[in-house]
Design a protein around this ligand. Structure first.
Ligand code: ATP
Length: 307
């Protein structure tokens, strides 16, 4: 890591009474990075982020944001946009007033129409917050977080409750933020979004930073997967077994020659897929529902408890 980190968390511990929610967590986020802090339920992500955002003091350890304590709100707050899981807007303000209020509180300047346009809320500018739908409130949360293009933006479950078009709009706005040089910290339970967008991922489990790295680094230790179904045949007409160990999933007899779905795990995806396709062609077997792909973050998550 060459540049001075925007966020530097060093042996952070957060306890609630006697309960140790975050244990010796250390990570850094570099300028311009999109860092995804992911984890199982109750892993300690929110406790960690609340500390980094300056809403909570560490029980022990240190947290620096732009080289300062995040509790130094006057110095740090103007440079930071936060989209929380639960919005705290007054229901009696309009959408436009809510965005302006955030501008006043953070000291950042921007055009209200620009940020509302980015999340398709222009037509709702005069609507009271209490009259917005759940998805519209989420988009307003995002609009206020990115108002003034802060250098650092926290997005906590940003796409929960959004329809597909709103998600696309939100990610397009995040791409623009990044083009402008902003650093983004994301938490989400939609792992495909993190897989597609994060430069690096910190994976928390039971209070600790269980793994950290790029998607490629996190998935490298696990095999890729080939899935397919074989058609039903009478035993006398059974095809020879596939050329690789194929594990039956919810059906099949394990030989690979009967009916059912099968999974092949491999560290040589291209070579083994070719072998399987050649076998199917040579034996006149139709591989239904064929899907092959590299290990996904989902698989990394599923493997956590087995470690
Ligand atoms: N105010 C609190 N008092 C006591 N325990 C708490 C408090 N806040 C969180 N915890 C506990 O600390 C642990 C970590 O919670 P946290 O909200 O940080 O996890 P999370 O990773 O954000 O979880 P999720 O993905 O479910 O939102 C959980 O076991 C939770 O029950």
């Amino acid at each position: 890591m060459t540049s001075t980190p925007v966020i530097d968390v060093d042996r952070l511990n957060v306890s609630y009474g006697g309960f140790h929610a975050v244990r010796d967590v250390s990570f850094q986020v570099c300028p311009g990075e999109l860092y995804a802090l992911l984890g199982t339920n109750g892993a300690g992500k929110t406790s960690t982020l609340e500390t980094v955002e300056g809403h909570r003091s560490p029980t022990s350890g240190s947290v620096r944001v732009f080289g300062r304590s995040p509790r130094d709100r006057r110095a740090v707050r103007p440079r930071m946009g936060v989209m929380l899981q639960e919005s705290g807007f007054s229901p009696d303000l309009t959408v436009r007033e809510s965005v302006r209020l955030v501008g006043a509180l953070t000291g950042r300047t921007d055009r209200v129409d620009r940020v509302l346009g980015a999340v398709d809320l222009t037509r709702k500018a005069g609507t009271l917050v209490s009259q917005l739908s759940g998805g519209e409130k989420r988009r307003l949360d995002f609009a206020t977080a990115v108002y003034g293009t802060p250098e650092l933006v926290f997005l906590d479950e940003p796409t929960t409750g959004l329809d597909i078009r709103s998600r696309d709009d939100l990610w397009a706005a995040v791409d623009r933020l990044r083009e402008d040089g902003s650093t983004v910290v994301l938490t989400t339970h939609y792992l495909e979004e993190a897989q597609q967008r994060a430069d690096r991922i910190g994976l928390m489990h039971r209070g600790s930073l269980h793994r950290e790295g790029t998607v490629a680094e996190l998935t490298r230790a696990l095999p890729a997967v080939i899935r397919f179904s074989l058609p039903a045949r009478p035993p006398s007409a059974a095809a020879p077994a596939p050329p690789l160990p194929a594990v039956p999933v919810g059906g099949g007899d394990g030989s690979g020659a009967g009916e059912g779905r099968f999974v092949i795990e491999t560290f040589s995806l291209q070579k083994d897929l070719s072998l399987l396709l050649d076998w199917a062609r040579d034996n006149g077997v139709e591989l239904a529902d064929l899907a092959a792909g590299p290990t996904r973050l989902d698989d990394v998550f599923r493997a956590i408890d087995d470690d």
